[in-house]
Design a protein around this ligand. Structure first.
Ligand code: SAM
Length: 307
């Protein structure tokens, strides 16, 4: 359980409020929510906010992206009543306090809960809005998504590691805004599943792949949910941060999902920071290592699922 959620629940539990970002808590009673992360959304027992309805109280949870958090705060301003904002110190709570000059502020468990004056909040911004990260960009994305305004160097190395031609059915598990995926399409596959826990990533990936008929967007939390499976190949650049903290279990869970989603003899191509312990996990997952390469702080793996 996130500390900021715990602190918010202790102070504002039971109040029917609009909840922006954050996940479920047994004593929070959101009247509506906005949460594009499926893993968090699954446990939130409230309808999606329609963007119009006003509420007497709004709860905002900080996210690891300051820009994304700022946009949630802009929505809070538009949603009505009293605004309570909670941030962990590791997510810059003190900086937010200095910037937002709260009406009231309370510190507990390395978090700060602030009551904010809605008039002091940003007027513009929508964390669900996909946009060009910079004017010359030829892709859309938004703050909060992986490498939202540039092509990640790890993804670039993975692309160079892949064969020039890909056939059959594939999936990019954890597709982000789809910059890798659109290069995969150029290599000739018959079908490509774009899977991500963040709904905005799935939408962006589909748009950045120009809604190619071969693509299927799937909004799934791969820790809790299975993709369709039977893939001839899978690409994986596993996340190693969950809620802004290093989380090796998350990457290992995604690797496990990738292994089980392959058909027998299917191929996994993966890139990861070289310090992460994935190589040791491969044999346990019934994956045979065909090739490993070490480049610029990353490890690249080609593995085959045992027949
Ligand atoms: C390192 S990025 C890779 C993006 C893309 N494949 C690339 O290489 O450019 C990892 C992606 O995994 C997604 N992710 C994190 N946890 C996930 C989960 N539980 N289920 C599905 N996707 C997840 C993140 O949202 C992020 O987009």
């Amino acid at each position: 359980m996130r500390a900021a959620l715990e602190v918010l629940a202790r102070q504002r539990g039971g109040v029917a409020a609009l909840q922006l970002a954050g996940g479920p808590h047994p004593v929070l009673r959101p009247a509506a929510v906005l949460q594009p992360d499926r893993g968090q959304r699954i446990g939130l027992d409230a309808p999606d906010w329609d963007g119009q309805q006003k509420f007497p109280e709004v709860h905002v949870l900080a996210t690891p992206s300051r820009e994304e958090t700022r946009e949630y705060l802009a929505l809070a301003r538009r949603a009505g009543g009293r605004v309570f904002f909670c941030a962990e110190n590791r997510l810059g709570a003190d900086g937010w306090r200095k910037k937002l000059k709260p009406l009231d502020s309370f510190s507990q468990h390395h978090c700060r809960l602030m009551e904010l004056d809605p008039e002091s909040l940003p007027e513009q911004g929508d964390p669900l809005a996909l946009r060009l990260p910079y004017p010359e960009a030829d892709f859309i994305s938004c703050p909060g998504l992986f490498s939202w305004d540039r092509f990640d160097p790890g993804s670039q190395l993975l692309l160079e590691f892949l064969p020039a031609h890909l056939s059959g059915r594939g999936a990019d598990l954890g597709c982000g805004p789809g910059l890798l995926a659109r290069q995969l399409l150029k290599r000739g596959c018959a079908q490509l599943d774009l899977v991500d826990v963040d709904q905005r990533a799935v939408r962006a990936a589909q748009a950045n792949c120009e809604h190619d008929q071969r693509c299927r967007g799937l909004w799934l939390d791969l820790v809790k949910e299975k993709p369709p499976g039977g893939y001839d190949w899978v690409t994986l650049n596993p996340p190693f941060h969950g809620s802004g903290q290093e989380d090796r279990a998350l990457g290992l869970a995604m690797l496990g999902r990738a292994a089980s989603a392959l058909r027998k003899s299917g191929i996994l191509w993966m890139v990861a920071n070289q310090h992460l312990p994935y190589q040791e996990a491969l044999a346990l997952l019934n994956l045979q290592l065909l090739e490993v390469r070490q480049q610029r702080g990353y490890k690249l793996f080609q593995c085959q699922k045992n027949a």
